[in-house]
Design a protein around this ligand. Sequence first.
Ligand SMILES: [Zn+2]
Ligand SMILES: [Zn+2]
Length: 333
Amino acid sequence: MKPMTLLTALAFGAFAAAPTLAQRSPLPPPEPIQHITGNVYKIFGGGGNTLVLVQKAGVVLIDTKMPGNGQAILDQVRTVTDKPITTIINTHSHPDHIGSTDFIREKYPNVQVISSENTKTEIAGNPMYKAGVLPNVTYKDRMTLGKGKERIELYYFGPAHTTGDTFVVVPSAHLLFMGDVMAWDMAPFLPSGGASVLPVALEKLVSTVKGVDIVVEGHGHVNNWKGLERFTRFNRALLTAARAAYDRGDAPGTAVAELQKNPEFAPLLDTKIKKGLEYGNTPLARAHMNVNVAFQEFAGERVTTANGAPLPATDKHKGSDPKDTAPPPPPAA
Ligand SMILES: [Zn+2]
Ligand SMILES: [Zn+2]
């Protein structure tokens, strides 16, 4: 299954109608809740990571996975607290992050559902979504929730992975949740953000937020501040290399070859599929995808490559090798 088909399925919540994808590469189901630090827990699987903050008055959930995982999330929360869910923060509009918001809201009708304004606009603009996933509280650039040890800061630094990505900081835990701007420690999908704006948002994040040690990615890893700094340098270097290759009239692959010369970036250009991302791309393929996106942005073209389609050759740029972004071979039976 091509990454493009996967993202289309994700964007329209169409997993039930995509048996081929489900048979070949199902999303891993939610795993047992994992303690990160203090009152902060994480639930992996079933879509994006769900972060769980147990506070005095109740539980704050950040992201709610694909539809159909609401009960599994609540069951896992119940293993650490019997407090009610009071707040859901949705980092962005994708169904693997907001999918079970409506289920949880039916159980806890007073829950605050918070996102950035642009995320609400993206959700409201998708006819496939149920009304129950729409936020009832939005913010523009910055929002503070709670006080003292329970303070949570929400930041929007402009488009990156989407047009509305929220970064969540829990100062008392020295912790930052990245959403899909940083997931699996590889170049992110850019379905509605962009290659040129991504490093700008990351650099604003790194220069604004202080005192963070633990960086939780939108899928997969718990990383750290140094990992985020490297990731930010990588996405800036990718854009710089893409620009240079574009200006020379070289193929986009030459920009990735340039990145490969820097040993610091080797883990972000790995050629193996990550555990839990069997449905997705290798880190190297993602880097190629984002260079292709950058080329189309430089040329002022409509971006057709964000989901892995090869870059067509035009009078403005050379095309890409389809092998660069090809999906991984099916797993051996
Ligand atoms: Zn995601
Ligand atoms: Zn996403």
